[in-house]
Ligand binder design. Structure first.
Ligand code: HEC
Ligand code: HEC
Ligand code: HEC
Ligand code: HEC
Ligand code: HEC
Ligand code: HEC
Length: 245
């Protein structure tokens, strides 16, 4: 009886959720790809292509969003040609040692083509036997890491302090009929530094922050990553394990 009651409530709840607008998704090989154009066209250059799936298969988020000071917002970082040449930003790797060098390769970055790396995607999936999911890049980045098929570098110069914090939190929605969301620290610390989230996005105190699905879908809190680069909001069950499909 009680479970029937719950079932009805859950159905009502998912209908309520139908009013939330999930943003449309690009093809899986383009999910997380961006075009950077803060200064390019103004300086007679084609805008710059950048693919998250290609780079995150080789480096954790913290390398770029910690060590190298890229902000998690397109066109927010003051990336310059001069900086790149001096070995900052993209130039920290695109120096002929870690990746193709800056000089002579202008068109590899300045081509305005968001689909530039698409032709490499299938080979990446096959080579690593990636476990597939329904949305986003269509690959399960968490399992790829856990099984060891992916070994993204954790730093390029400055080793981060290893802080093993594995606490999994249950985030209860204010609407008590919704199965709580989980927040596993382990699955995040594998890619990110504590200061990618604390204290700017979340207080270091459970329920010190208040966030709702509407705010998340507006690109705040979990939505900073889970709309753009990490698996998207469509995969309800990965955050609300007790929710029906
Ligand atoms: C090789 C470097 C690199 C790696 C690795 C990387 N990023 Fe980024 N990321 C960037 C750059 C560059 C930008 C654009 C910054 C700008 O234009 O100011 C960006 C932008 C973003 C954005 C904003 C996207 C948008 O659509 O506006 C998010 C979110 C993000 N990154 C999350 C992540 C997460 C999560 C990871 C790890 C899974 C990651 N990044 C790994 C370089 C990287
Ligand atoms: C590894 C990628 C990459 C390569 C290679 C590259 N650039 Fe850029 N370049 C960028 C990024 C990213 C920006 C910032 C773009 C923006 O915000 O619009 C940029 C900005 C610029 C700008 C804007 C104005 C300024 O001074 O910052 C110019 C001009 C430029 N690059 C010229 C070049 C030339 C010429 C080459 C080849 C010799 C080159 N770039 C190679 C990534 C690259
Ligand atoms: C942490 C190191 C690192 C940083 C930072 C980095 N890249 Fe890369 N990038 C790589 C590696 C490694 C490859 C693959 C090897 C190669 O192509 O030389 C690559 C490949 C690429 C490619 C070729 C993709 C293809 O399909 O062949 C482009 C374009 C590119 N990067 C653009 C950028 C831009 C733009 C930036 C800065 C906004 C940037 N990268 C920052 C390491 C990096
Ligand atoms: C990236 C993780 C994540 C995904 C994916 C996700 N949610 Fe949530 N959801 C949350 C969090 C976190 C909360 C808020 C919990 C709290 O209040 O602390 C929440 C709250 C809710 C609520 C309660 C009402 C509200 O606005 O807070 C509903 C209903 C809900 N989610 C439905 C869904 C449905 C349906 C899906 C799939 C389409 C989904 N969620 C996908 C993390 C997620
Ligand atoms: C991807 C984002 C993210 C990263 C990275 C992250 N955290 Fe958290 N952390 C959270 C969220 C979300 C909460 C819950 C906040 C709330 O409920 O208001 C939290 C809560 C906490 C809490 C409070 C736990 C409790 O039971 O009250 C501690 C302590 C904490 N984090 C430490 C860390 C440490 C140490 C690291 C680095 C190893 C880290 N966090 C990395 C998102 C993150
Ligand atoms: C700074 C970026 C960032 C933020 C903010 C963030 N996540 Fe994540 N999360 C990731 C990345 C990266 C992964 C690895 C999987 C992937 O990329 O698809 C991940 C994985 C997860 C997983 C593991 C799923 C699995 O199947 O292994 C859950 C659950 C999750 N996130 C929930 C949340 C919730 C809930 C919030 C907000 C309270 C949140 N995340 C905030 C970046 C982020």
């Amino acid at each position: 009886m009680r479970s029937l009651f719950l079932l009805i409530l859950l159905t009502l709840a998912s209908e309520a959720f139908a009013n939330f607008n999930l943003p449309p998704l690009p093809p899986r090989e383009e999910f997380g790809n961006i075009i950077i154009n803060r200064t390019s066209t103004a300086n007679d250059q084609q805008p710059v292509t950048f693919s998250h799936w290609l780079h995150r298969s080789k480096f954790t988020c913290r390398v770029c969003h910690g060590e190298l000071d890229f902000l998690m917002k397109t066109n927010a970082t003051e990336i310059t040609e001069r900086g790149n040449r001096l070995g900052k930003f993209c130039g920290a790797c695109h120096n002929g040692k870690i990746a193709f060098r800056h000089n002579g390769n202008c068109d590899k970055c300045h081509n305005g083509d968001i689909a530039y790396s698409n032709s490499k995607f299938d080979a990446f999936v096959l080579k690593n036997s990636m476990q597939m999911t329904m949305t986003g890049n269509g690959v399960n980045w968490s399992s790829g890491l856990a099984s060891g098929v992916l070994k993204p570098q954790a730093y390029i110069k400055k080793k981060s302090q290893d802080m093993n914090f594995e606490k999994e939190l249950l985030l209860e929605a204010e609407m008590s009929i919704i199965p709580p969301a989980i927040f596993p620290h382990k699955a995040h610390a594998a890619w990110l530094d504590c200061d990618n989230c604390h204290p700017e996005l979340f207080n270091i105190k459970k329920k010190g922050t208040h966030f709702s699905m509407v705010q998340i879908l507006n690109g705040e809190y979990c939505g900073v990553c889970h709309l753009k680069v990490a698996f998207p909001m469509d995969e309800c069950k990965r955050c609300h394990p007790a929710m029906r499909e």
